[in-house]
Ligand binder design. Structure first.
Ligand SMILES: Nc1ncnc2c1ncn2[C@@H]1O[C@H](COP(=O)(O)OP(=O)(O)OP(=O)(O)O)[C@@H](O)[C@H]1O
Length: 452
């Protein structure tokens, strides 16, 4: 149904307040740039944004987002403000297939929670596809539905003392991270539907600092971090039957050929994935089916349609989104946090980088051999002005116990940004999220840069 302008109905034409009457399985697609704000309100019916229900009468203020308000039945939505785009569309095909996948995952969870065998696990889903296929969105929907599911399906987890599932969301997309700052991979238990404004729950994520916006910068380091994370997750599942049953939902980057494909296969193996959901990519679906067939395991490859609403983001938008993510790490998404600028002694911590290092001359090698950089070489960096604007990961651990392998396997406690290196005074000025000494003296550098 066509939207109505509330102000116009009152005789005062204005485009700022619009009411939309959505039909069943339709969605209202909205794009709001970073410098605008639009408020959405559910007036009647039921509606959700990527699986997270809108409370009736409650308003959500959106800024710098592209999203869809979807209804399974019907809804009346009020929009206050001027979105950059706002239109209604039918979304049955995509949403029904995402719901079908969720229902299949739910059956696996129920089966896993009722068995005492530690080898029976809940679903471990990897979502793959090209850039702007809607991978993160599908992950959000699957996690949010899992959090709402137990109420929908009769309370299996409730019977075990929990009122809903807590699946783990794993984000392997270091360029467009959903939860933690760019350049990291993370795993976070999702204990509530993903709020369209507040984003993913940020409680106790397990984070590893890679330091680059593309895994291609150092694929060996990236793989080492995925393996480290997989070991920690496996331990958690050994200890906790509900965690094992709730399973994983894994988001990947949109790089699906060459090295990107190799990294997908590595993630499937490292995280013991048993369902690969491919969004709208016939060749990749066929390749993955052939691969898993040749491995003789029981990994399922399913194809999902792409939602017609997925918005393509150009390089500039992606860069701004990364900067915004770092900014909100320090300042909060609504500037509610107070980061701390401090000057620390250069001698009191160490900055490392992974990869590179001296290359042996080919003449020093056996005939026919070529010299290569060691991608896993861990090297200390001097405190020079080259570090200015660098985003550094602060690793858990301490200097005394440090070995190269630790730098490759330690999770990250947080990030800091170097604002100035004053070599003459031996001081390094950093922006850190909160006052006090750093959680450790081990800092990892990469190619991530940020200007406050
Ligand atoms: N149905 C929809 N209506 C409107 N916007 C949508 C819809 N689905 C997804 N989007 C938006 O489209 C953009 C791209 O989607 P998403 O981030 O899920 O893609 P992606 O495949 O994970 O991207 P990439 O891996 O390239 O970073 C996001 O801003 C998302 O909010």
């Amino acid at each position: 149904m066509a939207p109505s302008s509330d102000a116009a109905a009152d005789g005062e034409p204005s485009g700022d307040v619009m009411t939309y009457h959505l039909k069943a399985e339709h969605e209202l697609r909205i794009e709001v740039d970073f410098d605008r704000q639009v408020t959405v309100k559910l007036l009647s019916g039921d509606a959700e944004i990527f699986g997270c229900e809108l409370p009736k009468g409650g308003a959500k203020t959106l800024s710098g987002v592209k999203c869809a308000i979807f209804t399974w039945h019907a809804a009346q939505i009020q929009i206050v403000g001027k979105p950059d785009a706002c239109y209604e569309a039918e979304a049955s095909a995509a949403m029904r297939s995402y719901l079908n996948l969720h229902t299949a995952l739910e059956e696996r969870r129920k089966a896993a929670v009722t068995t005492t065998s530690p080898t029976t696990k809940g679903p471990r889903v990897l979502v793959v596809g090209n850039t702007d296929a809607g991978k993160s969105t599908v992950c959000k929907i699957l996690c949010s539905y899992a959090c709402r599911a137990d109420a929908m399906h009769g309370g299996v987890a409730a019977a075990a003392g929990h009122d809903h599932w807590v699946p783990v969301f794993v984000d392997l997309d270091v360029g467009q991270n959903s939860v933690t700052p760019p350049g990291t991979i993370c795993a976070v238990p999702v204990d509530a539907p993903v709020d369209p404004v507040d984003g993913w729950p940020g409680e106790a994520p397990l984070v590893y600092y890679f330091g680059h916006a593309s895994p291609g910068e150092n694929a060996a380091h990236y793989k080492a971090l995925v393996e480290s994370m997989a070991r920690v997750l496996a331990q958690r599942e050994t200890d906790d039957v509900l965690a094992r049953a709730a399973g994983l939902v894994v988001n990947t980057m949109g790089w699906t050929d060459g090295l990107g494909y190799d990294l997908l296969l590595h993630a499937i193996s490292a995280l013991s994935i048993d369902i690969v959901a491919v969004i709208d990519h016939d060749k990749l679906t066929a390749q993955l089916k052939a691969h898993v067939g040749s491995q003789g395991g029981d990994v399922q490859v399913v194809k999902l349609p792409k939602s017609g609403g997925v918005v393509t983001r150009d390089t500039n938008f992606r860069k701004r989104a990364r900067d915004r993510m770092i900014r909100s790490y320090f300042y909060g998404s609504r500037s509610e946090l107070n980061p701390c600028a401090s000057a620390i002694d250069a001698s009191s911590f160490k900055v490392f980088r992974v990869g590179g290092g001296a290359r042996a001359p080919n003449t020093a090698l056996p005939l026919g051999a070529t010299s290569r950089m060691d991608p896993l070489r861990v090297a200390p960096l001097p405190m020079t002005r080259d570090l200015e604007r660098c985003v550094l990961g602060v690793l858990h651990g301490d200097n005394a116990a440090l070995g190269d392998a630790d730098v490759l396997s330690k999770p990250c406690a947080g990030i800091v940004c170097v604002t100035e290196v004053d070599a003459s005074r031996g001081k390094v000025h950093i922006l850190q999220p909160s006052p006090g000494s750093l959680p450790s003296k081990l800092l990892l550098s990469g190619t991530m840069r940020w200007n406050d």
